[in-house]
Design a binder for this molecule. Structure first.
Ligand code: SAM
Length: 507
């Protein structure tokens, strides 16, 4: 046994699992599973698997599009492809909730507890750049990692918030097609992955989690449109944090129903017999049999729980609501009314204001370094920062906003400094000048570490590749590794001056 489990935990699990407990316990002596999910915004899973630089062959995770089991010995976090955003390192079971959310391009999706962004980057991949992702987390420091991971993945249609969920409700009432509540929990399912979770478990009673989970579910339900889907997930085994929370929500909200999860891949059903709540209609308790448990002794992954819920109607009558094709008029109209108020805060009002106008500075940069490129959505200036914001975003006034959309860069004394996020969200062909390195060349790692390099002319080409003339070796160039952008450089005096922001450098 490699993990030292707390005695109250094993006692409880023995009571719950009965004859299955031996197998469950034995799974803690097995190695944990490692996984990565190929970023399909950049490359499809199979193409990446075939060119994978890792020694251990990537083996598909059966429940996740572009998800693969990988070996830890390859240290995928230390490969240049990680810095090119070609994959996200994610525990295989953690890939399941977003698969159950059934995200389609064009949806409005809320990830309520999103940091550090594993599931947000997965949602963004499923949106394929269309629609809107609102990624929120209460922990300020963690939202920095969240924004960075979304940027690393090249996501262009996300807003990142750092808010108390109750403050989101007035802005997003009935707004979303999909809501994910990947709730903070006691983390029992992660004991094998991260032993520090055991010590944290000992420090906190389960009520610490159940109170916040109850609140998050209630608030999330408010923000889902009729006909929309909500997925609730945890990485813990305790029924108080799983089936009981779902049964309670169903009792409170007659306009919500469980969408049963098909049991494949060794997944197991939720357990109505473990619901200890009194005074709840049996119907709601029985419904949790349609939720899903991923057990480490039955499936190839760590412990997880997920429930898929549908909001059937606006009024809570329990009748079938809006079909799952598009949002009702209400939220869209409300968003439209907010438009006028937004315009004042948007940079458009400042266009044509001369050199100090951030959007004019962006345009000058764009014309020189990214000719013909138009970012999606609308341009918004917040202070000196310029964003491309998805069209669907309602008025965010009063909320703590970490990213208003895709951060294009910042105007400094009338000149535009392009952001790392801009580089990561571009394609190599968008740039007037690109510099190419191979992932196995030492220069690739030197660039990622922030070093200045000599300019070797054979590496410089116009973004669109063949046929174009060699561009002038001066100005901003988009640096690419194996053809994928990793950052900016300024070309000057025969040098590649590294423009990777310090926080992004490979250490
Ligand atoms: N979904 C994330 C991912 O896939 O990378 C992991 C989320 S983690 C299980 C739970 C998150 O909930 C933590 O980042 C924590 O900061 C956040 N959290 C805790 N209380 C919260 C609250 N009241 N509102 C929003 N987020 C909260």
């Amino acid at each position: 046994m490699t993990v030292r489990l707390p005695e109250p935990f094993t006692r409880r699990m023995r009571e719950l699992l009965g004859g299955e407990f031996g197998e469950f316990l034995a799974s803690f002596g097995e190695p944990r599973r490692h996984g990565l999910r190929v970023n399909t915004l950049k490359i499809d899973g199979e193409s990446y698997r075939q060119r994978s630089p890792f020694r251990a062959a990537l083996r598909p995770v059966p429940w996740a599009e572009a998800g693969y089991y990988c070996g830890d010995e390859d240290r995928p976090g230390k490969h240049p492809h990680y810095h090119a955003g070609l994959y996200y390192i994610q525990e295989p079971s953690a890939m399941a909730p977003v698969e159950l959310l059934d995200v389609r391009p064009g949806h409005r999706v809320l990830d309520l507890c999103a940091a550090p962004g594993g599931k947000s980057t997965q949602i963004a991949a499923k949106l394929k750049g269309q629609g809107l992702l609102v990624a929120n987390d209460l922990a300020r420091e963690r939202t920095k990692a969240l924004a960075r991971n979304l940027e690393l993945a090249g996501v262009r249609n996300a807003v990142v918030l750092n808010e108390e969920p109750e403050r989101l409700v007035p802005v997003f009432q009935g707004f979303f097609d999909r809501v994910l509540v990947d709730a903070p929990c006691s983390g029992e399912g992660m004991f094998r992955k991260d032993e520090s979770m055991v010590a944290a478990w000992m420090r906190h009673p389960v009520t610490r989690w159940t109170e916040v989970q109850r609140k998050l579910l209630r608030l999330a339900a408010e923000m889902l449109r009729p006909g929309g889907l909500l997925v609730y997930s945890t990485c813990t085994f305790s029924p108080e944090e799983n089936e009981e929370r779902i049964a309670e929500l169903l009792a409170e909200r007659p306009d919500f129903e469980v969408v049963p999860v098909p049991l494949r891949y060794g997944w197991a059903p939720g357990r109505p017999d473990w619901v200890g709540l009194g005074g709840i209609d049996r119907r709601h308790v029985e419904a949790v049999a349609g939720t899903v448990r991923i057990w480490p002794h039955r499936a190839e992954g760590e412990g997880h729980y997920a429930a898929v819920l549908r909001r059937t109607s606006a009024g809570g009558s329990g009748t079938a609501g809006e079909p799952d094709g598009g949002p009702p008029d209400g939220p869209r109209a409300a968003a439209g009314q907010a438009e006028a108020g937004r315009a004042a805060r948007r940079g458009k009002g400042r266009e044509g204001g001369g050199g100090a106008d951030p959007i004019a500075a962006w345009r000058a940069f764009r014309d020189e370094a990214l000719p013909g490129f138009e970012p999606p959505g609308r341009l918004v200036a917040v202070g000196d920062h310029v964003y491309a914001q998805p069209e669907d975003v309602p008025d965010l006034g009063g909320l703590r906003v970490v990213r208003h959309g895709w951060l294009l860069g910042e105007a400094r004394r009338g000149r535009f400094a392009p952001s790392q996020a801009l580089a990561m969200g571009l394609e190599a062909r968008d740039a007037a000048r690109r510099l190419d390195y191979g992932a196995d060349e030492p220069e690739a790692v030197k660039y990622l570490k922030g070093e200045t390099l000599p300019l070797e002319p054979h590496r410089l080409s116009p973004g669109s590749g063949e046929g174009g003339r060699t561009p002038e070796a001066a100005g901003y160039a988009l640096v690419c590794i194996d053809g994928y952008p990793v950052g900016w450089a300024k070309l000057r005096d025969g040098l590649v001056i590294n423009e990777r922001a310090p926080g992004w450098r490979w250490r």
